[in-house]
Design a protein around this ligand. Structure first.
Ligand code: ADP
Ligand code: 5GP
Length: 187
C-alpha cells in the first residue's frame, strides 16, 4: 500500500531535526522534496532540500495544476508539493515523508486519509521555540518574530492531527518518533 507520513509543526519546533533522524533510521522512508520560491538558506541545495523556483516559475506550476497542495506560507514565499514528487517516490515502493506547514499537513491528511499518518511536533513552549530559532541562527530577528507569531496560531490546529509529538528532550523525541513511524509502517 502507498503510505505517507506527514510531519508538521511551527517553524523551529524541530521538524528538520526529527525528519533527518528518521530518514537515516528507516531506509524505506523517502523525503518529499517540496518546491519553494524562497532563497536557499545556509548550505541548502537545489533538488535536495527544495526545488528552488522563482515566483513566476512557481505560479506557472500552480496554473498547470502540477501541485498536490501549495501554500503561501510567508508573504511572497510559496511552498508546495509537486504531484511528480509523489509519483516518483511511490514508483520506488517507498513511504513518503513530508515536512510541511500546518495547513499543508491538514490538507495532505485529507487527501490521503487512512494511508496517511499526520504528526504534529509540539515545542515545550513559545519561549523555548523563540530561543531555538535564535540559536539556530538562520533567520533575522524580524523573521524570527514572524515565525513565532505564526506559531501561536498554528498550535491551535493541533487537534486536526493523528499524533502529537512533544519535542522537549531531544533523545526522548527521537525515540518516540521512531516508535510512531515503525508502528505505522508495520501496520
Ligand atoms: P524546524 O525544522 O521545525 O524549523 P529545526 O529542526 O531546524 O526546526 O530545529 C530548530 C532549532 O532547534 C535547531 O537549531 C535544532 O538543532 C534545535 N532543536 C531541535 N530540537 C531540539 C531539542 N529537543 N532541544 C534543543 N534544541 C533543539
Ligand atoms: P522553511 O522556510 O523553514 O524551510 O519552511 C517554512 C515552512 O514551510 C515550514 O513549516 C515547512 O514545513 C513548510 N513547507 C515546506 N515545504 C512545504 C510544502 O510543500 N507545502 C507546505 N504547505 N508547506 C511546506
Amino acid at each position: 500500500m502507498n503510505k505517507v507520513i506527514i510531519f508538521s509543526a511551527p517553524s523551529g519546533a524541530g521538524k528538520s531535526t526529527v525528519v533527518r533522524h528518521l530518514l537515516e533510521k528507516f531506509p524505506q522512508l523517502e523525503f518529499s522534496i517540496s518546491a519553494t520560491s524562497r532563497q536557499p538558506r545556509g548550505i541548502e541545495l537545489h533538488e535536495i532540500d527544495y526545488h528552488f523556483l522563482t515566483v513566476d516559475e512557481f505560479k506557472q506550476k500552480i496554473a498547470g495544476n502540477e501541485f498536490v497542495e501549495w501554500e503561501e506560507v510567508y508573504a511572497g514565499n510559496y511552498y508546495g508539493t509537486l504531484k511528480s514528487e509523489v509519483k516518483r517516490i511511490w514508483a520506488k515502493g517507498n513511504v513518503i515523508l513530508f515536512d510541511v506547514d500546518v495547513k499543508g499537513g491538514i490538507n495532505i491528511k485529507e487527501i490521503y486519509g487512512d494511508t496517511a499518518l499526520s504528526v504534529f511536533i509540539m515545542p515545550p513552549s513559545i519561549d523555548i521555540l523563540r530561543k531555538r530559532l535564535q540559536e539556530r541562527g538562520t533567520d533575522l530577528p524580524e523573521a524570527i518574530e514572524r515565525r513565532v507569531h505564526k506559531a501561536e496560531e498554528e498550535i491551535t490546529y493541533v487537534s486536526r492531527f493523528d499524533v502529537i509529538l512533544l519535542n522537549d528532550k531531544l533523545e526522548d523525541t527521537l525515540h518516540n518518533a521512531e516508535k510512531i513511524v515503525s508502528d505505522f509502517i508495520d501496520m
